[in-house]
Design a protein around this ligand. Structure first.
Ligand code: NAD
Length: 366
């Protein structure tokens, strides 16, 4: 069963807690312990999330902070850029925020990344808290302190490591997420299990129908299991010098596909497709058995795989992997599998391997 709290440490020192809640009410406890009555808070959110949850958050924040104001931007990845960050800086300056004040990121990964980056850079760094609302943000982006924005067509090209003061998960926010967004989050969930925890991967298969029907207790347990994996990886490698790169399983071809498709496929959907391709390459290199590879396809299919157009320009997709931050000494750092539950970094994946994996994915009945 799940705990109500998980602490993320750096060098064995506790840095922040993740708490698991069924509403926004317990936020009050954090705000009291944080002396928020002496601090101003800017709540950053996107248009869709704000329409669902801003009133509820304001009800808790307003009585417990010195002053509360909001900044709402149009939903979607297209907003995750320096122009919007600039507008948030303007708001912070006009409202006379200083180093004692903080930002609350209420939303999915786009909000968390962008509000976190603004907090990392405003006045050389102010506090921020994460209040994730999408499955992807619950299981992945709100934890670990990676913040940033896209630059031109380059994903997450400008960013900073900046740890949140708290991650407040209200697992019930999943109920308003649309199906495609849920599926996108499941791409990161299955990725997490595959890279570290074979038992969890089996658990996902066993519980797939309960997960797909949003059973609250199962969803909560799943989020917690993902957070345990992410905690383990980021504590060992907070600034992605080594092991943390494993979290990029499925992301090399996934990001390239996302860019090729001009972000019409969702991030986690592309990660799922990328994970199948990484599994295929692992199988072709004799690292995993055909049985494991087929099991991976079967389980990922239970949560939905995206369709990739048959006439996709494979060469162009592969060219996008070269612009990625995951390139070192001209070689792509590709994450492969040694088994279900064990991933490793390989520099032995070439363009032909990737092209073959893409052709294979297109041929699948997804
Ligand atoms: N920092 C990291 O470590 C990290 C890790 C993985 C992904 N990311 C980033 O996360 C982003 C993707 O995150 P995302 O999928 O959450 O995107 P998102 O923030 O755009 O949210 C997806 C959509 O769901 C809506 N939404 C969110 N919560 C909702 C809710 N409870 N009810 C109704 N609608 C809701 C949003 O309005 C948006 O339209 C990408 O930019 C990716 O680069 C960051």
């Amino acid at each position: 069963m799940t705990a109500e709290r998980l602490t993320i440490n750096m060098n064995n020192v506790p840095v922040y807690d993740i708490t698991y809640n069924d509403s926004f009410d317990n936020l009050k406890q954090f705000l009291e312990g944080y002396n928020a009555d002496k601090k101003k808070c800017l709540i950053v959110s996107d248009s869709r999330v704000a329409s669902h949850y801003m009133d509820a958050i304001l009800r808790v924040m307003e009585g417990n902070c010195k002053y509360v104001t909001t900044y709402i931007f149009p939903e979607g990845e297209a907003s995750k850029n320096l122009d919007v960050v600039r507008k948030i800086y303007e708001k912070l300056i006009l409202e006379k925020f200083d180093r004692n004040d903080f930002i609350a990121a209420l939303g999915g990964g786009v909000t968390g990344d962008m509000a976190g980056f603004t907090a990392a850079t405003f006045l050389r760094g102010i506090d921020f808290i994460q209040i994730p609302t999408s499955l992807l943000a619950d299981v992945d982006s709100s934890i670990g302190g990676k913040t940033g924005v896209d630059f031109d067509s380059y994903k997450n090209m400008v960013g900073a490591f900046h740890m949140p003061k708290h991650v407040y998960i209200n697992t019930n926010t999943i109920s308003t997420l649309d199906k495609a967004q849920f599926r996108s989050g499941m791409g990161e969930v299955t990725k997490s299990a595959l890279l570290r925890d074979a038992e969890f991967f089996d658990w996902l298969e066993e519980n797939s129908s309960r997960i797909n029907s949003f059973e609250p207790e199962v969803i909560k347990e799943m989020i917690y299991k993902c957070n345990l994996i992410k905690k383990d990886v980021v504590e060992k490698d907070p600034t992605e010098k080594g092991e943390r790169a494993l979290l990029n399983l499925g992301h090399t071809l996934g990001h390239a596909l996302e860019k090729y498709m001009e972000f019409k496929l969702l991030h986690g959907e592309c990660v799922s497709a990328g994970t199948i391709m990484a599994s295929f390459i692992s199988f072709r290199k004799g690292l995993i058995s055909q049985e494991d590879h087929e099991k991976i396809i079967k389980v990922l299919k239970l949560f939905g795989l995206p369709k990739v157009p048959a006439d996709i320009d494979i060469e162009r997709v592969i060219s996008y992997t070269k612009n990625d931050k995951k390139v070192q000494d001209g070689k792509v750092k590709f994450i492969l599998l040694r088994s279900i539950g064990e991933a490793f970094i390989s520099k032995e994946v070439n363009d032909e391997d990737m092209a073959e994996a893409m052709r294979y994915y297109i041929s699948l009945d997804t």
